[in-house]
Design a protein around this ligand. Structure first.
Ligand code: IFM
Length: 454
């Protein structure tokens, strides 16, 4: 039996996001978010679904924390809904909203589960969208005010803070591709949004350093993908560099190096206006952080696009590969490559996998069992590669599976199930899937055991 044991104190968690699980969209005076507006607009989501009910976590959170304890999680990553705290995005705070997160954290502490709090996981107050949303610098300033309010008033220990979740997705899915809220199709605005998100992040880090929250590290979560060329041709190799520049370096470089990558600045400026970037902005985006959160699900294998300015390229899905229900290639080696690369190029900070997991077409059996061996295989493969990265000296300190329970998968509505826990939406009953029991064993051993493995 080969054993792959993780370092002592390694965080084994699961992650969620407010809009995807909470439901109760107007309870305790929550304001409207861009996701309420977007998902209630016909044509935007699968089956016209929205987060109005989701997993009813707002009322069932105690039961959910109990399930986390049953799984043996030692950490839980969740997000705070900005419109619960500032229903109009700014102005007078809503203390009833804050109280919910206080109660949730108290409950987590009861079971010794460490809270990792994300401040922004895509649910911008709609009132701020009316004023330009992330396309406007004011939104960064209001985000900072909201963040500072939380740092000062959420008076319970928080183990880790994360400013933003996946700003690439917020900016480009939301403002350029129109598939996420607010549903815009304007690449210039998306570039601005990306920049303002990074400014909001840096401002919030500064505010955090001004409050007395000792031993509470703070970082950012980026969605990163290893990018590989389809072939060794010059064109494919150059494409992989550009796609990496757009997908990864456009965020990593301003956060870690205080500069946008020069090759991408040249490409973007040939078609778009980057004059909004002020030099001193980059000292804000590069405000030192304590760790980096990485969300990774797959790799990008890319063929050259139509021109040397094409920063997307043509993604290629090898027919022999396995895919999840999202159509994402199962490629465990990618997480090794990514961790080693990020540490080599942007180290030495601790890294966390703040999301990794897979959607499958899970079925609830009559006996209440959910056989999701494909998810177990997926996670097993990714955990093993993460372990290998640790052996290469990568300071990986924790792993959060996406996601605790099936939930509202944005434009896919409830059609994609990523959870360790199955939600029967009509009854709101929770069922631990086989992967949840398997994960419980991994956590209790602090690693993997592989029969006949080497
Ligand atoms: O559900 C999302 C999550 O909100 C952000 N990262 C990717 C997940 C799966 O698509």
């Amino acid at each position: 039996m080969a054993k792959y044991i993780f370092p002592e104190g390694f965080l084994w968690g699961a992650a969620t996001a407010a809009y995807q699980i909470e439901g109760s969209p107007s309870t305790d005076d929550r304001g409207e978010s861009i996701w309420d507006r977007f998902s209630h607009t016909p044509g935007n989501t699968w089956n016209e679904e929205n987060g109005d009910t989701a997993c009813e976590h707002y009322s069932l959170y105690r039961e959910d924390v109990k399930r986390m304890a049953e799984l043996g999680l030692n950490a839980y990553r969740f997000s705070i809904s900005w419109p619960r705290i500032f229903p109009a995005g700014k102005g007078k705070p809503n203390l009833k909203g804050l109280d919910f997160y206080r109660r949730l954290i108290e409950e987590l502490h009861k079971y010794r589960i460490k809270p990792a709090v994300t401040l922004y996981h895509w649910d911008l107050p709609q009132a701020l969208q009316e004023q330009g949303g992330w396309g406007s610098l004011d939104t960064a300033k209001y985000f900072n005010q909201y963040a500072a309010f939380i740092f000062e008033n959420l008076d319970l220990p928080v183990d880790r803070w994360i400013t933003l979740n996946e700003p690439w997705v917020s900016a480009f899915f939301g403002y350029a591709m129109g598939v996420h809220a607010p549903g815009l199709n304007d690449f210039n605005t998306a570039l601005r949004a990306a920049h303002n998100l990074l400014l909001g992040h840096g401002m919030a880090i500064r505010s955090f350093r001004d409050v007395n929250r000792e031993n509470e590290p703070i970082g950012i979560t980026l969605n990163l993908n290893p990018v590989q060329p389809f072939s060794d041709s010059k064109a494919d190799l150059a494409q992989a560099v550009r796609t990496d520049g757009f997908m990864n370096r456009w965020f990593l470089d301003p956060v870690f190096r205080g500069a946008y990558p020069q090759d991408m600045v040249e490409i973007f400026s040939r078609s778009y206006d980057l004059s909004f970037i002020e030099e001193e902005d980059l000292t804000i985006t590069a405000e030192p952080i304590d760790f980096l959160g990485i969300n990774n699900y797959t790799r990008i294998l890319v063929k050259a696009g139509s021109s040397e300015d094409d920063f997307m390229g043509n993604p290629y899905n090898p027919p022999e590969a396995e895919y999840t229900e999202m159509g994402w290639e199962v490629y465990p080696r990618g997480i090794f490559d990514l961790l080693v690369r990020v540490h080599r190029d942007y180290g030495p900070l601790p890294l966390y996998i703040t999301e990794n997991g897979a959607a499958y077409d899970d079925k609830l059996q009559n006996d209440g069992r959910v056989d999701d061996s494909d998810r177990i295989n997926y996670l097993h493969g990714y955990f093993l590669e993460a372990w290998k990265a640790l052996q290469e000296g990568v300071p990986l300190a924790g792993y959060f599976v996406w996601t605790l329970m099936d939930n509202f998968e944005w434009s896919f509505g409830y059609s994609k199930r990523f959870g360790l826990i199955y939600i029967d939406y009509p009854t709101q009953k929770r069922y631990l899937k086989d992967s949840a029991y398997w994960y419980r064993d991994v956590i209790s051993r602090n690693g993997l055991e592989v029969k006949g493995g080497s």
